[in-house]
Write a protein that binds this ligand. Structure first.
Ligand code: C2E
Ligand code: MG
Ligand code: MG
Ligand code: MG
Length: 289
């Protein structure tokens, strides 16, 4: 009996489980001190107007470089940051860093008329001090609210739509723009979609990546563009990896395009040269290259 229990235990604490638990613990320990250790940075991915292919804005994307774990992608640590509550401090850092960087570019005349997008996690949206925190960042950095766009993930918004709606309303009062990210992967009630004060839908990249081969994906992209426009919202496609997809999206009336076709997320110095070299014409350099 003891033997079989031992076997069960061994199965339960299989080397694999063990490894995963340990990896998570290690990551949590590292994540707790990452801010203080200065291990976070931001990369920036341009977003282009579909028709003119002019740069319209830039999305700030968090990067974590840890001495022990190497470069950890956000998909591997954002959820942990949410579960541990660390996301509020990390998110506050992202907002301040993004706006500070933006105003520095602004002063150098590099991002005139462009919009800065920042991702907000659901835990941040739920945090009672978010609105005040944001107001303070806008005030202290001088970032014009109308040039800041906050991206909220669809699936998260619908977890608690009434609270989310109230919070979105308060954010809108500050003058920022609101986009729904990863649209099509959650389960938005159309009634809520109408009630939220939104500016933009971002079609999830999973549909965009497959739309040239998979007619169902293409149909979903088409439908989201139609839905967005019916509601008076701009529609962005993310995950645009090639020119054929970019052209198809433009033909479907998609307003903005973001993806490797135009640029990967760039460290700040490369963003600066991208914006300087391309001027406002994101595609031209790509075609020459
Ligand atoms: P997201 O906001 O939907 O960002 C788009 C993701 O797609 C980014 O991944 C970007 O690098 C990637 N991407 C861009 N163009 C292409 C393309 O053409 N093809 C493909 N295959 N991928 C493309 P990344 O940077 O790894 O970020 C993943 C997710 O992590 C983000 O998805 C966002 O939900 C979250 N995230 C990133 N930064 C932050 C942050 O500062 N705060 C919060 N709360 N979440 C963040
Ligand atoms: Mg995003
Ligand atoms: Mg997205
Ligand atoms: Mg995503």
């Amino acid at each position: 009996e003891a033997k079989s229990a031992g076997r069960d235990m061994a199965r339960f604490f299989s080397p694999e489980t063990d490894h995963r638990v340990l990896a998570r613990q290690t990551m949590e320990v590292q994540l707790r001190q990452a801010l203080a250790a200065g291990e976070f940075s931001l990369h920036f991915q341009p977003r282009l107007q579909a028709r003119s292919r002019k740069v319209q804005g830039v999305e700030a994307l968090l990067r974590w470089q840890n001495p022990l774990l190497g470069e950890v992608p956000p998909d591997n640590f954002i959820q942990l940051a949410e579960e541990t509550g660390l996301i509020n401090r990390i998110g506050a850092w992202v907002l301040r860093e993004a706006c500070t960087t933006w105003m520095d570019l602004e002063a150098r005349g590099i991002c005139k008329g462009l919009t800065l997008s920042v991702n907000l996690s659901v835990a941040q949206l739920a945090h009672p001090e978010l609105v005040e925190q944001l107001a303070q960042v806008l005030h202290e950095t001088g970032m014009p609210a109308e040039q800041l766009e906050l991206e909220l993930t669809e699936s998260h918004l619908m977890d608690n739509p009434d609270t989310a709606q109230a919070r979105v309303s308060a954010l809108k009062e500050l003058g920022v723009q609101i986009a729904i990210d990863d649209f099509g992967t959650g389960y938005s009630s159309l009634a809520y979609l109408k009630r939220f004060e939104l500016d933009k839908l971002k079609v999830d990249q999973s549909f965009v990546l497959g739309m040239m081969e998979d007619s169902a994906d293409a149909a979903i992209v088409h439908a989201v563009i139609g839905l967005g426009h019916t509601l008076g919202l701009a529609v962005v496609a993310e995950g645009v990896e090639n020119l054929a997809t970019a052209q198809a999206l433009t033909a479907l009336g998609c307003d903005e395009l973001q993806g490797y076709c135009f640029s990967r997320p760039l460290p700040l110095d490369e963003l600066v040269s991208y914006l300087q070299t391309n001027g406002q014409h994101g595609e031209r350099r790509r075609m020459r290259a």
